[in-house]
Ligand binder design. Structure first.
Ligand SMILES: Nc1nc2c(ncn2[C@@H]2O[C@H](COP(=O)(O)OP(=O)(O)O)[C@@H](O)[C@H]2O)c(=O)[nH]1
Ligand SMILES: [Mg+2]
Length: 396
């Protein structure tokens, strides 16, 4: 229970920037509006901006259009609650658990591009598995950079887990030795760190396949998982990487690192809709404890969670929204607002109407002044003309 509470809090904290962008920008266009085609177009654009991906945005808006046509949803203020429910349904009861072998060691290869967060994520996984009472071994198969082995060694020491390093530069040889060592030491899990590579680097992709083949030969059924680490801050790029890696090597799960501190967390929805690989873990910070198994329910709740008390910037947002004739319902909503019933008080619409009346009154006054000036000029045209001639002659 406490663990679940912590997960929710971690997600909510880590997703704060995404939430501001996602829910914040949606609210700004939805408040006090009716759901017409223009609104749906604006919504689609906002969703794409929030990195949920084009096909996800289209799908969400199609669902919404259908709900509007069926009369299930009527006004813009109801859209967030609707989206929250719909988006939760995008993740069927699929298998997001780690496939542990009945006959240890379970081998998990961790791959991805340079700097995605592989080594840090390995430390997080090692921590998590150790917490579960498993004996963990690390294989330092990123032989590309000496610093990579050092980095993993620091984590191994900190976590007090075994690490197997090679003497040469062949990662397949390191993995070969690591498999032997894991068996000899009765390890439950062997986590294999690999060098960063782009899917376009054929030789490096072949090297990854070689690592996989060595593991498969040494331990029946291995690798039990091939986890690709994606950097959430890269947004749509992460999708392309996932697709490319999937083609080259059978990725069984995604570790979405750096979900904290990015506004691009909507990419989780894009991954769900565009890549057929489950996100199994997310990284929510640089420490080894900053890991959470991915849970769609918790994710969506955190994505749509309202700030319990309105933060300072919501005042500014309110001013902006009022300037455009809509109102910041955010100020009066609370943690359960996204689930609030549709028939809530209509003060947003009232405020929007008074603001519009004021705008039109100013416009009408300006128009009257211009018309009066034009009428005066026409009736006094001869005198005006004489005066104009006089000025131009003086100037000459
Ligand atoms: N904020 C944040 N930083 C992370 C996360 N995961 C990794 N990093 C940082 O990303 C950088 C690259 O990580 P590293 O594990 O060395 O990437 P690798 O090259 O793929 O092994 C380091 O500075 C990490 O501290 C995360 O979940 N959140
Ligand atoms: Mg690394």
């Amino acid at each position: 229970m406490a663990l679940f509470q912590k997960a929710t809090e971690q997600f909510a904290k880590g997703l704060s920037r995404t939430r501001e962008k996602f829910v914040g920008s949606l609210k700004s266009i939805l408040s006090g509006k009716s759901i017409d085609d223009n609104l749906l177009d604006d919504l689609e654009a906002k969703l794409i901006e929030a990195d949920v991906g084009v096909s996800s945005a289209v799908r969400i808006c199609d669902d919404l259009r259908e709900a509007r046509n069926d009369g299930r949803i009527e006004k813009g203020d109801d859209v967030l609650a609707f989206l929250k429910k719909e988006i939760k349904k995008y993740w069927p009861e699929s298998d997001r658990s780690v496939h542990f072998s009945d006959k240890p060691p379970t081998v998990i290869i961790v791959a991805g591009i340079n700097g995605a967060g592989k080594t840090t994520s390995i430390a997080k996984l090692a921590y998590l598995f150790k917490q579960q009472g498993k004996k963990v071994c690390l294989a330092a198969a990123d032989t590309f950079r000496a610093a990579a082995v050092e980095q993993l060694t620091v984590w191994a020491n900190r976590l007090d887990v075994d690490i197997i390093k090679g003497s040469g530069s062949d990662p397949a040889a390191v993995v070969y030795d690591a498999c032997d060592a894991a068996i000899a030491r009765n390890a439950d899990v062997l986590l294999v760190d690999t060098a960063g590579r782009l899917h376009t680097q054929d030789n490096l992709m072949r090297e990854l396949i070689k690592i996989r083949d060595v593991v498969a030969k040494k331990i029946p059924g291995a690798p039990h998982e091939v986890i690709q680490v994606l950097d959430a801050t890269t947004g749509q790029n992460a999708i392309n990487q996932a697709k490319a890696f999937q083609k080259a090597i059978d990725v069984t799960g995604i570790f979405l690192a750096k979900l904290d501190g990015t506004a691009k967390g909507g990419v989780v929805i894009a991954i769900r809709n565009e890549v057929n690989i489950p996100v199994k873990f997310v990284g929510l910070g640089e420490g080894y404890e900053d890991i959470e198994p991915f849970d769609p329910e918790t994710f969506v709740e955190a994505l749509f969670a309202e700030q319990a008390s309105p933060p300072a910037e919501s005042k500014a947002a309110r001013t902006l929204q009022q300037r455009y004739g809509s109102e910041a319902s955010s100020a009066k909503t609370d943690a359960s607002a996204a689930d609030a019933p549709a028939d809530q008080p209509q003060s947003p619409a009232g405020s929007a109407i008074s603001s519009r009346i004021l705008t039109w009154a100013v416009r009408a006054t300006l128009l009257c002044l211009i018309l009066a000036a034009a009428a005066w000029a026409i009736t006094n045209w001869p005198a005006l003309s004489d005066w104009f001639d006089k000025i131009t002659t003086d100037v000459k």
